[in-house]
Design a protein. Structure first.
Length: 105
């Protein structure tokens, strides 16, 4: 783990930290949860399935909700910037981008 940490340390820059803080402060707040619920509902409706938000135990595994029985991780499009960090979420992932001035995602 220490070797892995040393490798990614050189990849941490101001842009990555700003994206992380924005994700933590804005996306992981009430607004982020509203996006997650809206996205889960839209995809579930399209697939003709039920959905539910994750519980805290699920969230600790990177799961934000379920469509049917399938675990789903919902991330902002800025998540791609963080690929240098060693996070491995092994569930279906939905990336979204918030359009300024619009409520569509």
């Amino acid at each position: 783990m220490i070797e892995n940490f040393q490798k990614v340390m050189t990849k941490i820059d101001k842009k990555l930290i700003e994206a992380w803080v924005k994700d933590l402060v804005i996306v992981k707040t009430f607004i982020g949860l509203r996006f997650q619920k809206a996205i889960l509902k839209a995809v579930a409706d399209k697939e003709g399935k039920e959905f539910r938000l994750a519980n805290p135990s699920d969230e600790s595994k990177g799961i934000d909700g379920y469509i049917g029985k399938e675990p789903i991780s919902i991330k902002p499009s800025t998540y791609d910037i963080k690929k240098a960090l060693p996070e491995h979420i092994k569930v279906r992932m939905i990336l979204y981008k918030k359009n300024e001035g619009r409520s569509n995602n």
